[in-house]
Design a protein around this ligand. Structure first.
Ligand SMILES: Cc1cc2nc3c(=O)[nH]c(=O)nc-3n(C[C@H](O)[C@H](O)[C@H](O)COP(=O)(O)O)c2cc1C
Length: 207
């Protein structure tokens, strides 16, 4: 039940796009969700919601709603469809506008210009990373991926996601297959060096 060194969890995490059909212990899904809600959230709004699909029928309906060519899946889809669990993290902009209009925040005009970036999506993303890291800690694999925009309405309808929540993506969770499946971008591009992305003191170019 987990307990890996934090540094190992961070370094071993990578997106897994090919799974065996071995079921996932429901207790692991519960731990992932327990960890997810430990994420920080702006104003402690917690304006997130997690649609959990963990039966074969629910997972099949997820892919039927969001993917084409279920009968002839490409390598990516074939590997991803085998994951026995799909979690759809959602964010509620309305929850943040409401929370920040409360007396201790006082942004009663609900002016969207007050938001430096969409904190509702940020918070769902932070929670999503904790789900990905829990998978690693439990010896499982996970992949965060986007839902094609044109498929969002179908996913919404299929699983009764309310209009006040928007899926920020989806996460597959399962036992990694021994073969990698579809190759991710890290096979085609390198991780940037720290000195390319860290700007100490100012952003002046050093080269
Ligand atoms: C916001 C976001 C969206 C992503 N969307 C997809 C996706 O649609 N399909 C996919 O296979 N991977 C997706 N990824 C995974 C990235 O390709 C992956 O994180 C990146 O290549 C680095 O590899 P690693 O996570 O395995 O270290 C996404 C990752 C993030 C953070």
């Amino acid at each position: 039940m987990g307990g890996m060194e934090f540094a190992d969890v961070v370094r071993r995490r990578k997106m897994v796009r090919n799974y065996t059909d071995e079921p996932v212990d429901p207790a692991v899904v519960d731990r992932a969700l327990d960890n997810a809600v430990r994420a920080p959230s702006a104003g402690f709004s917690q304006g997130w919601g997690f649609l959990v699909l963990d039966t074969p029928d629910e997972v099949r309906r997820y892919w039927a709603a969001t993917a084409d060519d279920l009968d002839q899946p490409d390598e990516w889809l074939a590997g991803m469809m085998r994951a026995p669990v799909v979690i759809v993290p959602c964010s509620s902009k309305a929850a943040y506008l409401g929370r920040y209009a409360e007396p201790d925040k006082g942004w009663t005009d609900r002016d969207e210009a007050r938001w430096p970036v969409p904190f509702w999506h940020m918070d769902a993303a932070m929670a999503s990373l904790l789900i990905l890291q829990t998978a690693v800690d439990e010896g499982l694999g996970a992949c965060f991926f986007g839902i094609p925009p044109e498929k969002v309405p179908a996913a919404r309808a299929e699983f009764a996601i309310p209009e006040t929540f928007d899926p920020v993506g989806s996460i597959t969770l399962g036992h990694p297959a021994t073969t990698p499946g579809a190759q991710g971008s890290p096979t085609r591009r390198r991780r940037k060096d720290l000195d390319e992305v860290v700007h100490r003191g100012n952003w002046r170019a050093t080269d």
